[in-house]
Design a protein. Structure first.
Length: 310
């Protein structure tokens, strides 16, 4: 998690600087000139979604074959997709001169990027690469949804001016990405447990990791996600103070209350796992259900938020 956060904070720092193209100083967001104006960040994200789709198709064959071959091809496809995805975010950040997380499209793109980035790190361990076969359909389906034009309004007004908002957004969305990958590990856990319970040959001959390792992965990602979400929420008082210094009274925000609720949900999972020993199938169902709830509700609260959907 730390290397991923460091990369994004570094990107944000570069974005916040003044750029020069062909000797022309660029001081106004609306006058920025992109290196290749006809090929926008949305084109790069579209390419990423296409590759996620190819990875999804390949994942179907892995499912049908019972996961009996190494997943290096799928991992390579997701590396390519993540490259396009990163380029899309970088171009959007340069174009807007800020961290691109100020509307629903940008938030979804960042959330998907965190899931892909965390998977690429976890996938360095060969026995965990099959997480990609479960992650690819999620990345593809949500990516197609994110491409809806209505989610990306042309006029975008940044609400906060400091760098704190970049770190705040990065930490929270990285936490959601960790929760997403933990849910994917939970699906793998439930599938493996089902195969073992009914003595299916796939449980013996597949290259999927054992359920004990999957449970450790779920637990580790939940811990990382709770820590990241706690750190992200810790910046909220600084952002509220910034608005008050500008003469704007803070009257609450739906996405803030939503984030606190999500923190409570995952904290409850954490307590249930380590305090009351609720592991195995119950823990996996809780992890999967919690992230499904997050996916179904996150976009609605983003649309309701006056500060996060400008």
């Amino acid at each position: 998690m730390a290397p991923i956060l460091a990369v994004w904070v570094g990107i944000s720092a570069v974005i916040d600087r003044r750029y020069k193209i062909a000797g022309l100083a660029i001081n106004d967001t609306q006058t920025k000139i992109m290196a290749v104006s006809w090929f926008t960040d949305r084109h790069f994200f579209l390419l990423a979604v296409v590759v996620y789709g190819i990875s999804t198709i390949y994942s179907v064959f892995l499912w049908r074959k019972g996961f009996r071959r190494d997943d290096r091809i799928n991992y390579s496809l997701l590396v390519v997709a993540a490259g396009f995805h990163t380029a899309a975010m970088f171009m959007r950040g340069i174009h807007l001169d800020r961290c691109p997380v100020n509307n629903l499209y940008e938030a979804i793109v960042f959330l998907l990027w965190t899931i892909a980035a965390v998977y690429l790190v976890v996938g360095l361990f060969p026995r965990l690469r099959f997480l990609g076969a479960f992650a690819a359909p999620v990345l593809f389906c949500i990516g197609v949804f994110a491409l809806m034009p209505a989610l990306d309004p042309k006029v975008v007004t940044p609400v906060f001016r400091t760098d704190w908002v970049n770190i705040h957004a990065a930490l929270i969305l990285l936490a959601y990405g960790a929760f997403g990958l933990s849910a994917i590990a939970g699906v793998m856990f439930l599938m493996q447990e089902h195969d073992l319970k009914f003595h299916k040959a796939r449980a013996v001959f597949s290259m999927l990791p054992p359920i004990q390792r999957l449970e450790r992965v779920m637990s580790g990602l939940i811990i990382a996600g709770v820590i990241l979400l706690t750190a992200g929420l810790a910046f909220v008082p600084l952002l509220i103070k910034e608005k008050e210094h500008e003469g704007t009274a803070f009257k609450g925000d739906p996405i803030l209350y939503y984030s606190v609720f999500i923190w409570l949900v995952y904290w409850a999972l954490f307590v249930a796992r380590w305090k009351f020993g609720q592991g195995g199938r119950r823990f996996a169902y809780g992890v999967v259900a919690s992230f499904v709830f997050l996916l179904l509700t996150f976009w609605g609260f983003m649309l309701l938020s006056p500060l996060h959907n400008k």
